[in-house]
Design a protein around this ligand. Structure first.
Ligand code: S3P
Length: 178
C-alpha cells in the first residue's frame, strides 16, 4: 500500500506535481483543499471569511484525518497543514511525507502563474509578497523539515520541467527504500 503526502509552502507545486506523480505511479490523487471544498460546499476563501483562520484549521485537521485513511494515493495538503496541531507528526505516522522545498523567489514566480485564490496572500503588492513569504517560510520550515524526504524544487514553468521533477521524486523515493 502506498500513501504519499506532499507538503510545502503555497506555490511550491504540491498540486501540479502531485497530479503528475499520481499519473506516473498509477495512484489516486487527492488535494486536501479541494476535498475540503467539496465536503463543505464552500471555497477555502469562503471558509476563511465565515469561520476565520482558526475555524479553517479545525476543519483542515478533521479532513486531513479523513483523507489519511485513503490507500494507494498521493495527497497534496495545504501550505499551512503541517504547521498546526500535531498534523506533521500525524502525517509522518500515516504516510511517506515529501517536503517540496522552494526559494521565496520560485514560490513568487509560481504564485504569479497560479489562478488559485489564496486568502493569506490577498491584496499584497509584489514587494510585500516576497517579504511576507520569506518571513512565514522561516517560521514554517521547522515543521516542513520534519518530512521523510526533502525535494528541492526548480522553477516549474514547462511540462518538461514537471516531468523531470516527477522522475527525480521517484528516484528519491526508490533510493531511500533500497
Ligand atoms: C494555506 C495554503 C493554501 C490553503 C489556505 C491556507 C497556507 O493551500 O490551504 O489558503 O496557510 O499556506 P496551498 O498551499 O495549496 O495554496
Amino acid at each position: 500500500m502506498t500513501r504519499i503526502i506532499l507538503i510545502g509552502y503555497m506555490g511550491a507545486g504540491k498540486t501540479t506535481l502531485g497530479k503528475a506523480l499520481a499519473r506516473e505511479m498509477n495512484l489516486q490523487f487527492c488535494d486536501l483543499d479541494w476535498y475540503i471544498e467539496e465536503r463543505y460546499h464552500r471555497t477555502v476563501q469562503q471558509i476563511f471569511n465565515e469561520k476565520g483562520e482558526d475555524g479553517f484549521r479545525e476543519i483542515e485537521k478533521r479532513m486531513l484525518h479523513e483523507v489519511a485513511d485513503f490507500e494507494n494515493i498521493i495527497i497534496s495538503c495545504g501550505g499551512g497543514t503541517p504547521c498546526f496541531f500535531d498534523n506533521m507528526k500525524f502525517m509522518n505516522a500515516k504516510a511517506q511525507t515529501i517536503y517540496l522545498k522552494a526559494t521565496p523567489e520560485i514560490l513568487c514566480e509560481h504564485l504569479k502563474m497560479s489562478k488559485t485564490e489564496r486568502p493569506l496572500l490577498k491584496n499584497k503588492t509584489p514587494e510585500e509578497l516576497i517579504d511576507f513569504i520569506s518571513g512565514s517560510l522561516a517560521k514554517r520550515e521547522p515543521f516542513y523539515n520534519q518530512a521523510n524526504y526533502i525535494f528541492d524544487i526548480s522553477l516549474l514553468n514547462s511540462i518538461d520541467k514537471i516531468t523531470d521533477s516527477v522522475h527525480l521524486i521517484q528516484n528519491l523515493l526508490n533510493n531511500k527504500a533500497e
